[in-house]
Design a protein around this ligand. Structure first.
Ligand SMILES: [Zn+2]
Ligand SMILES: [Zn+2]
Length: 273
């Protein structure tokens, strides 16, 4: 099976592990039999949340990322392809930051993510007091995702299920009330030649969390979606490639039988069969 891990972080992301340098991540990917590894450091347009009351500001440094990537390409040779990626968070909230990053013409791939919605901290840090609060935030999240999709500063939308990772630890809430909006979102993505990712982080840790990835993939496919990437969201070499096979099986079960890789934002689709 052709596998490419298109969502990873290193020590150059504020939440990355110190031993996670580009060369060790790339070696781990090659050893795991992956064809490609795309490292996508955090570029949080409105600053990076280390904790609920500590936003450390804008941290992304494209030149340092590129320098380490070039070193890893040199070290790994033709063992694995290493396209240049980035994960841009909250382009809706500070669009000029996202555009600044995009001045770099040498990116291959951009994940557009929403880790927080306007006026709130990162979903991972919120202490959800009730299901009602979760439902209100999910409604605002889906609306802001559509806005994000309209910005154009991405190739795929990252982890559509992101808030559910955290909310569903406490409450049985879901995205079903927003089916029409999600269908509209996926239609917009198809019209613009963009896609989504399946993020496998929810499969790791003690107890995997069900975040409706099957539902999301089904709606995406029903709206004609084709461009799909798989990402482990690894922050250390030990997690590179984790869960990709399971996610590929999930995609197949929902009628999606190809995954995308990117060069300069141009997707190539590879069969999962
Ligand atoms: Zn993310
Ligand atoms: Zn990430």
């Amino acid at each position: 099976m052709f596998l490419a891990d298109y969502h990873n972080h290193t020590h150059l992301s504020p939440d990355g592990f110190a031993h996670a340098d580009y060369i060790s991540m790339a070696k781990a990917a090659a050893d795991a039999g992956l064809s490609e590894l795309c490292i996508t450091e955090h570029c949080e347009c409105n600053g990076f949340y280390m904790s609920i009351d500590n936003n450390i500001g804008f941290t992304y440094d494209r030149e340092t990322c590129r320098a380490e990537l070039l070193e890893a390409r040199e070290a790994l040779g033709d063992r694995i392809a290493l396209p240049f990626g980035v994960e841009i968070g909250q382009a809706t909230q500070v669009p000029e930051k996202a555009e600044l990053v995009l001045d770099g013409e040498d990116y291959d791939f951009i994940i557009g993510s929403l880790h927080n919605i306007r006026g709130e901290v990162d979903f991972s840090l919120i202490k959800y007091p009730s299901a009602e609060v979760c439902r209100d935030m999910l409604a605002r999240y889906v609306r802001e995702l559509y806005e994000l999709a309209e910005t154009g500063t991405y190739d795929v939308i990252g982890h559509v299920d992101y808030p559910l990772r955290y909310m569903r630890r406490k409450f049985d809430v879901d995205l079903c009330p927003h089916e029409e909006e999600l269908r509209a979102l996926f239609t917009l993505l198809r019209e613009r030649g963009k896609g989504i990712e399946i993020n496998t982080k929810v499969l790791r840790g003690g107890s995997p969390i069900y975040t409706q990835q099957d539902y999301i993939l089904r709606l995406f496919r029903e709206q004609g979606g084709e461009i799909l990437t798989l990402g482990s969201d690894a922050h250390k070499p030990e997690d590179v490639g984790a869960g990709l096979r399971e996610s590929a099986e999930l995609a197949l079960s929902q009628g999606l039988d190809r995954i995308a890789t990117f060069r300069r934002h141009e997707p190539t689709l590879h069969s999962l069969r």
